[in-house]
Design a protein around this ligand. Sequence first.
Ligand SMILES: *Cc1c(COP(=O)(O)O)cnc(C)c1O
Length: 429
Amino acid sequence: MSDFKMNTKCVQSGYRPGNGEPRQVPIIQSTTFKYNTSEDMGKLFDLEAEGYFYTRLQNPTNDYVAAKICDMEGGSAAMLTSSGQAANFFALFNICECGSHIVASSSIYGGTFNLIAVTMKKMGIDVTFVSPDATEEEIDAAFKENTRACFGETIANPALTVFDIEKWAKIAHKHGVPLIVDNTFPTPVNCRPIEWGADIVTHSTTKYMDGHGAGVGGAIVDSGKFDWMAHKDKFPGLCTPDESYHGITYAEKFGNAGAFITKCTAQLMRDFGSIQSPQNAYLLNLGLESLHVRIARHVENAQAVAEFLEANPKVEYVNYSGLKSNKYYKLAQKYLPKGGCGVVSFELKGGRSAASQFMSQLKLIAIETHVADARSCCLNPASSTHRQLTDEQLKEAGIPAGLVRLSCGIEDKEDLIHDIKQALDSIKD
Ligand SMILES: *Cc1c(COP(=O)(O)O)cnc(C)c1O
């Protein structure tokens, strides 16, 4: 980890060119790499030497960008993946296998919920979902003898719950299991989960890190702090010889700092090939260079919009952890003192019809399924992502028909509020 401040890390960490080398991160658009002797190449296949041989596993452009994200999160090693979904799958599957069990927050991104509850279940991996607000006793009771990982989101998409990282980390560690935190929404600019005890951090870089809606991607960062060998029986994949690499034991050969990411690259990237294209990694790095500037503006705009909405009579309630009225205000002050993210959700009093009238009148804010890029956008779950549910079922799922998820971009907040105001005024009862 470098000693630079976050603003400097966003701009300069990762790629450090030597004398006469390109100033910008080079895009190594090559599937393969050349060697002088087959002995040289053999060393790479044995994990005896560091280097590149095939872009399905590793590419230098990706590694420059992963090194920047690693430095920003304060980790020991990191890798990029083709998407946030791939990052979360790899982070979990690197330590879980058929017969394992996961404890996860029930308030997580729908795609991750489905990945764990449906797809990983088919692989024989079981899960217990627990409310992020559960008591220590309740969370503790969810752990089983075969639990191998604990998972949550710093700020959940789209529920916007705030995860008590320190509390969950303490319980996970008591059970000899690492805590994996998806830090997509705050980004390391606003929260660094490793400082609160998280062992592994994941990202959908598709969101604020890219920040321009340009490329789908993901990242995994290891803190290097989890002592795998101290829990040898639970993690045979890291603590016993890997026959597909001539019997090396990752935790012994690469230590706590390198074992997790090396295994994840050597086994999962080799076998699944969910690599980010070097082109996308280049675009991601452009996004990272301004992340610290953009995030502050996203937060400023979201806070102003949330306060405006809360004072409007057509609005039933507003969910934003920067509001004093919010259930998570205190936790947010602890984990997100510089603010959380740009996403606000609110319910309109007139239900589905009010939401649809409101959205049809917006001039600047676009209707999109995306969140977290420079341009403001919004979505009514009841008429899009959750349209198969009845009004009753929506209520039970905590997604009332009149709920609007609004992702505040980095435009001028006065223009955003003006657009929202004229659309609210147009709603007829
Ligand atoms: C979007 C998102 C994901 C999935 O990422 P993709 O890049 O779309 O695969 C995972 N977690 C969170 C919190 C997200 O917002």
